[in-house]
Design a protein around this ligand. Structure first.
Ligand code: HEM
Length: 267
């Protein structure tokens, strides 16, 4: 590892750049592997950043700091835009480019990314099985259980709506946070009231549209992943043990903040 001089390289020392650049250990000589390896690392880091922003926005909403939360979510949306753009180097691979190093992954798959699960959990897709698949790694398992058991961003949004007098039912704001959020007609009705009078509910309307942006951009990440996978391996099974692209097609159908999608049909 490089030993950096803090007086000559203060920014590199701040960034831990020596450690960072010691982390790219390619397993093969395949020309496309560096792209795959580094983009995968970048995506995992951005999952972390998106998680941090989503958790921060949740905490701001819980403190009734709606302006602060909107500003944080604006950053979150931009992080998700970057995540979508990071597919660019990989989505142009030929099947051969990928095949040349695929065996080096063994049973490794992005499916095992715990940062991705933390992000899904904080955005509301809570699935205990996705935390428990990391049970052999107690530290990771514990970290995932903590996010699973805590309210997510959308829970904080609905609590805010409830406090502001919109008709969000009590059992929605006092629920078992570890359970996956299920769509409720009463919540769609609360959003309908916001969308019916956006001027009267200006900040809440902006919150709704920013949440929709976030769900939309997450959907774009999933869809681009699915298309990239289809281009690289067609209908082959995934290295993580799933059916591959069929599985990812079902994943791409999932929507965060379901009532914000449902409300549109009634407007
Ligand atoms: C470019 C080559 C890639 C291929 C062929 C590929 C393939 C797959 C497949 C087939 C799955 C389903 C699970 C399995 O059986 O493995 C999957 C899941 C997943 N992959 Fe990829 N992937 C690629 C790149 C990436 C990258 C760069 C990331 C970002 C770190 C990533 C993140 C994920 C995540 C998070 C899942 C879980 C999705 C979910 O459960 O909703 N993948 N991938």
């Amino acid at each position: 590892m490089l030993e950096l001089d803090a007086s000559a390289n203060p920014f590199s020392v701040y960034l831990n750049a020596d450690t960072l650049h010691s982390l790219q250990e390619f397993r093969t000589k395949a020309p496309a592997e560096p792209s795959f390896f580094i983009v995968s690392q970048v995506q995992d880091l951005l999952f972390h950043l998106a998680y941090v922003e989503a958790a921060q926005a949740r905490d701001q909403l819980d403190l009734d700091d709606l302006d602060g939360a909107l500003w944080t979510m604006r950053r979150l949306k931009r992080v998700l835009n970057v995540l979508v753009a990071t597919w660019e180097p990989l989505s142009g691979f030929s099947p051969q480019d990928f095949a040349e190093f695929r065996d080096a992954l063994g049973e490794g798959s992005g499916f095992q990314s715990f940062m991705y699960r933390k992000l899904e959990f904080v955005l509301g897709l809570k699935r205990r099985s996705m935390a428990d698949m990391h049970a052999k790694d107690p530290q990771v398992h514990q970290a995932l259980r903590e996010v699973l058991d805590a309210p997510g961003l959308y829970d904080a949004v609905l609590r805010l709506l409830h406090r502001s007098g919109l008709p969000v039912p009590d059992d929605v704001v006092h629920r078992d946070w570890a359970e996956e959020y299920r769509e409720r007609d009463e919540v769609t009705e609360a959003w309908r009231q916001v969308y019916a009078s956006p001027h009267q509910h200006r900040a809440t309307f902006e919150l709704a549209e920013l949440l929709t942006d976030i769900a939309f951009d997450f959907g774009r990440w999933r869809t681009t992943h699915m298309l990239t996978v289809e281009r690289l391996i067609g209908s082959k099974a995934g290295s993580g043990g799933s059916s591959g692209v069929d599985f990812l097609r079902r994943v791409a159908d999932h929507r965060f903040f379901p009532e914000l999608w449902a409300v549109r049909a009634g407007l």
